[in-house]
Design a protein around this ligand. Sequence first.
Ligand SMILES: Nc1ncnc2c1ncn2[C@@H]1O[C@H](COP(=O)(O)OP(=O)(O)O)[C@@H](O)[C@H]1O
Ligand SMILES: [Mg+2]
Length: 246
Amino acid sequence: MLKVIDAVVEFAGGTRALDGVSMEVEPGETVAVVGESGSGKTTLARAILGLQPLKSGQVEFHGEVQTGVRARLAERVGMVWQDPYASIDPRWRVERIVREPADLMGKTLDVPALLTSVGLEPAFATRYPHEMSGGQRQRVAIARALALRPPLVICDEPTAALDLSVQAQILNLLQDIRAELGSAFLYISHDLGTVRYLADRVIVMQNGKIVEQGPSESLFENPQQPYTQALIAAQPRIEQLGVIPG
Ligand SMILES: Nc1ncnc2c1ncn2[C@@H]1O[C@H](COP(=O)(O)OP(=O)(O)O)[C@@H](O)[C@H]1O
Ligand SMILES: [Mg+2]
């Protein structure tokens, strides 16, 4: 359903944030993108959404070249960003935030049902973002992303800005929604623990390039590249954390 073909993104100064990236996502599949900070993961998401112009290469949805027309995109791709503060307009009430993609498409939306589906009381519709916790804000961002039931959902480190106790709730919510919608997920994360638990397939990025990709299980059990081996080795394991005071 999604095809990125030899995408190159270059920033001023010559940083190649994407250096010839080709990847695909099949309908209903969950693909994780991992790699250390600065490896190009967010740039890949922005390029897929048409928010980041390509120097060369292209992005296709169902064989159709992505042109960056916003209204069409809202129906195809739901996007959940890392920071729910930055990604939702602080001056808008929840109702307007979650309605915007549907309004762009001229579609009606059952806001109370949508809020309920992400675990929020319908009464949240009248709240402003500053009247909610980080986890509640991310639920609003997820509701907005999923309002049009898009066939592809991209999550860019959706739990990284949240408290540990809330992270698991949001992950469970994303899991439930994925099962209910049957949508494909492109899940960007540097948390390999959750990637292993969520993803069918894993793409490893380093310096704007894909260095390894494969089915989740074989990649974790038998990583081929030294970079992938190092990423997996650098992952803290629960049994090594021991007892944390407090
Ligand atoms: N707007 C920008 N201007 C200049 N350089 C950028 C910009 N956005 C990202 N970069 C650079 O591109 C590279 C990839 O960044 P990014 O895609 O944000 O990585 P990641 O999400 O994996 O941490 C980094 O070297 C980053 O500094
Ligand atoms: Mg990023």
